[in-house]
Write a protein that binds this ligand. Structure first.
Ligand code: NDP
Length: 282
């Protein structure tokens, strides 16, 4: 029997818990989102994030920047947010306009307000296995969902497909720290199908519509589909759910799997940064 990992349900529980915690606070956590350019998907993501923050009772602000904003002006914006005592968490929505150096921009965020955990300070601590202030939202959401369903990670052979800084690399680090044996695959990997067929858990973060087919899957494997691919009418994952699901013990749907978990973790990180900053002031 295949069990669907219901990210939407768990995300809603986390959001409700945060709402109950926030209502008791006199001063509310505040999230600032920088949205540069006019990427339609980014606008939708930012709107969803803002709506969730509002529902929980957080304060939030979106700073829209023109597509042709200079890098210096963008850095200045981040500096202003870093200095603003009312802002607890800063998110720079990716992708950035092409002429902007992403690394410089992300590195400019105060690590204490780095809600995505993408600064080298926070990512470095994660990689070194130190106690982290924040863990990147998507990988954190994947681990939380596995834990919710009591899925054992220790000793499992895990294949992470994709090596981006926001998903592939950090999820591989987290899984390894929980004693999984992790392989990271990418576009230059030769024997992907064979690696997949030998894996207990497959995490796909590629961004290719229905790339993972049934011949990638070992019987009773656990499949986590991070991919978001826009189709004519809806969203679809990297995994061909219809043909892959019957072979799995557990699988995430798209939509309703890792997407909502990512937003829930963003909200949780905002709350945790707020708490950390408040305690620092005591
Ligand atoms: P990137 O484009 O940064 O990385 C994609 C990775 O996939 C790269 O490492 C690339 O390899 C690898 N890849 C591409 N094609 C193949 C292939 N044929 N075989 C094996 N590996 C391949 O993407 P992101 O990590 O930012 O995002 C991945 C997907 O996850 C996207 O669909 C994105 O929308 C989605 N996403 C979903 C989130 C959610 O909340 N659910 C959050 C973040 C992302 P190489 O390095 O060699 O180029």
């Amino acid at each position: 029997m295949t069990i669907i990992l219901d990210g939407k349900k768990l995300a809603n529980e986390i959001i409700e818990d945060l709402k109950n915690l926030t209502v008791k606070l006199e001063k509310k956590p505040k999230l600032a989102v920088i949205l540069a350019g006019n990427d339609v998907a980014s606008e939708i993501y930012v709107r969803n994030k803002q709506n969730k923050a509002k529902y929980i009772g957080f304060d939030s602000v979106v700073i829209p920047l023109d597509n042709d904003i200079s890098e210096e002006n963008m850095l200045e914006q981040i500096h202003i947010l870093n200095e603003d005592e009312n802002i607890n968490a800063i998110l720079v929505q990716l992708p950035l306009p092409e002429h902007i150096n992403k690394q410089r921009v992300l590195e400019a965020i105060d690590p204490l307000k780095d809600v995505d955990g993408f600064t080298s300070y926070n990512f470095g601590r994660l990689a070194l296995g130190y106690k982290s202030l924040v863990v990147p939202c998507t990988p954190k959401g994947i681990i939380r969902l596995l834990q919710k369903y009591n899925i054992q990670i220790e000793g499992k052979n895990v294949l992470v497909i994709g090596r981006s800084n926001i998903v592939g690399k950090p999820i591989a680090i987290l899984l390894q720290s929980q004693n999984a044996t992790v392989t990271i695959a990418h576009s230059k990997t030769n024997n992907l199908k064979e690696l997949a067929r030998n894996s207990d858990i497959i995490i796909s973060a590629i961004g290719k519509y229905h790339f993972i087919k049934k011949d990638f899957i070992k019987k009773n494997a656990i499949v986590i589909d991070v991919g978001i691919n826009r189709t004519k009418n809806s969203l679809a994952g990297d995994v061909d759910f219809e043909e892959v699901a019957p072979l799995c013990s557990y699988i995430t749907p798209v939509p309703g799997g890792i997407g909502p978990m990512t937003i829930a973790m963003l909200m949780e990180n905002t709350y945790e940064l707020y708490k950390y900053q408040v305690n620092q002031l005591k």
